[in-house]
Write a new protein. Structure first.
Length: 108
């Protein structure tokens, strides 16, 4: 995740929002999902794989996680809205919940 976070920072993103099993009580998290505000990212300064969610297998292979534009629409049987809204929703209870914001400026 650090490799991807640095890539987003270097492309202008100030923050990544983390979801997936890393933000649960799961003892050994297996994956992570992040979202970012696309308007902050210079697409010419980042690996295109990180911006192409349609090629999620390549993204997961290279960075071990998935990255979504925060304001992109998601349409599922149980949810319609933006990815940032989806991340803020408990997958079991559907209640609002907090998410983890990673301050990319603080990265080494």
């Amino acid at each position: 995740m650090l490799k991807a976070a640095r890539a987003f920072r270097d492309a202008g993103a100030p923050t990544l929002y983390l979801d997936g099993s890393f933000v649960t009580a799961k003892r050994d998290p297996s994956d992570y999902d992040c979202c970012y505000y696309a308007g902050h990212v210079d697409p010419d300064r980042i690996d295109p794989v990180l911006l192409d969610i349609d090629n999620a297998p390549a993204m997961k292979k290279a960075y071990k996680g998935e990255f979504y534009s925060a304001l992109s629409e998601i349409k599922r049987p149980d949810f319609v809205g933006t990815f940032i809204s989806f991340f803020r929703r408990d997958k079991d209870t559907h209640a609002q919940r907090g998410i983890v914001a990673l301050d990319l400026a603080s990265l080494p």
